[in-house]
Design a protein around this ligand. Structure first.
Ligand code: GLU
Length: 453
């Protein structure tokens, strides 16, 4: 966000998922862009569950979404559920009816489909023909007497809708090319559009940041805000994330769910960094804090092309975060894993971690038990005899290996690898200069003697 984009009054933003599945990294992108914009502007961030469809919405998905966002570092200032706000939508619908903007229609899906085909065959755009507007009160009574219930359409004004999109720049959609959208179904339930606008107005939403699949909806929604006499928020439509294959992400298939990324042991900031920076002018890099990321979440820098997302990048970002992570940030996680060793241990091993939990492996190498791997028992015994007296520090490894080199004539790999295998049981790992003092004289002697210690 550049300072020119920052609103003069504290902004109010919202993330509005329908709780029909686990949220994925593309949803996280939308949530983060909204939450970070609010954070930068000293405003508020609302989590709104679009759960008016009782068939597909599930409370457990809403709860999972809240948990996943919290893991990512997003704590909303307010959580609302559309299923609890139905009176507001009924009242909004009444106002639209009174203003002549919401009208009852009785066509069946088959009738509409038949008309559509005729229009297409004649080379006409397949737009709803507003036949229902010609019905008289008498016609409606007769139809309803047959037991038919109306669905309700919003009467669009046939004009070009324009807005200055904070991502896409000047944007226009000709509303005369759109069908009057159905806002209320035959069973009285609401489609997404009316509750969304009613809530955005009632909650004082100042900025709507969402995926570019909503651009056409925006033209309709601006007319709705205007019909309700509500201020029209600013809009920003960001590019969508696609998998490396170019395929879109879907909540229903569970692709790249935040849950699965979290369970794979990734750091939340690795996921957040990629979700925000991919497909923008900013280089994708590990960002340590939300405040820093807020400074980089520039709506104007988001590209127009789809943001191709490579899952492998997450490993690179995760390693980058761990390798630079200060002890203070790591300490709670180390304690949770039952790892001691303090800052010395953390600084010794962080450069070798792909996942935070790998620290447990190195803690075991330090604190035992380790089964040493010894190829040449005589060499190991001779090396053990040359171990310097305690206390051990940063220089101990260098002094010891120099002494072993002098005594045995070994050097390079022939010197270092057998010592590493004996001391750690492994042929790779953190710098032994840092590990040796942590392993300590007793365990070192025992391991060099071939004992598990
Ligand atoms: N529930 C809608 C969706 O998930 C919200 C869109 C919007 O932000 O207005 O696509």
């Amino acid at each position: 966000m550049t300072s020119a984009e920052l609103p003069a009054v504290p902004p109010v933003l919202r993330f509005a998922p329908s709780p029909t599945g686990l949220i994925h990294i593309g949803n996280a992108r939308t949530a983060l862009l909204n939450a970070l914009f609010a954070r930068r502007g000293g405003g508020r961030f609302v989590l709104r569950f679009d759960d008016t469809d009782p068939e597909r919405s599930r409370r457990e998905f809403a709860d999972a979404t809240e948990e996943d966002l919290a893991w990512l570092g997003i704590e909303p200032d307010l959580v609302v559920r559309q299923s609890e706000r139905l009176p507001l939508y009924a009242e909004t619908a009444e106002r639209l009816k009174a203003g002549g903007r919401l009208y009852p229609c009785y066509e069946t899906a088959e009738e509409l489909e038949r008309r559509r085909r005729v229009q297409l065959a004649r080379g006409l755009p397949p737009i709803y023909d507003r036949a229902a507007l010609a019905l008289t009160d008498d016609d409606r009574r007769k139809i309803e007497a047959e037991g038919r219930r109306p669905h309700w359409r919003f009467k669009l004004e046939a004009r070009e809708m324009t807005w200055r999109d904070l991502v896409r720049g000047d944007s226009r959609v000709d509303a005369s090319s759109l069908s009057d959208p159905v806002l209320i179904r035959e069973d009285g339930s609401y489609l997404y559009t009316l509750p969304s606008v009613a809530d955005d107005a009632a909650l004082g939403i100042t900025h709507v940041i969402r995926g570019e699949d909503h651009v056409t909806n925006t033209a309709v929604q601006i007319q709705l805000f205007e019909a309700l006499g509500a201020p029209v928020p600013a809009f920003a439509h960001h590019n969508l994330l696609t998998a490396a294959s170019g395929e879109g992400l879907s909540k229903r298939t569970g692709s790249l769910s935040l849950r699965s990324l979290r369970e794979s042991g990734l750091e939340p900031m690795a996921v957040a960094s990629l979700a925000v920076l991919v497909g923008s002018a900013e280089a994708v890099r590990p960002v340590e804090t939300m405040d820093e990321l807020a400074g980089l979440a520039d709506l104007g820098a988001i590209s127009r092309a789809p943001a191709k997302f490579d899952e492998g990048e997450l490993d690179r970002l995760n390693a980058g975060l761990l390798h630079a992570m200060p002890f203070a940030s790591a300490a709670p996680g180390l304690a949770a894993l039952g790892i001691g060793g303090g800052e010395e241990f953390w600084l010794a091993v962080r450069g070798n971690l792909a996942r935070f939990a790998d620290a447990a492996l190195w803690w075991r190498v330090v604190s035992g038990p380790v089964a040493p791997a010894i190829e040449d028992a005589a060499f190991a015994r001779q090396s053990a005899d040359l171990l310097p007296p305690a206390p051990w520090g940063d220089e101990t490894w260098k002094a010891w290996t120099a002494a072993v080199k002098d005594a045995t004539g070994r050097k390079g790999k022939a010197l270092f690898l057998p010592l590493r295998l004996a001391l750690t049981g492994l042929d790779h790992g953190p710098d032994l200069a840092s590990l040796l003092p942590l392993i300590g004289p007793d365990r070192s002697r025992a391991r060099l003697a071939g004992e598990t210690a």
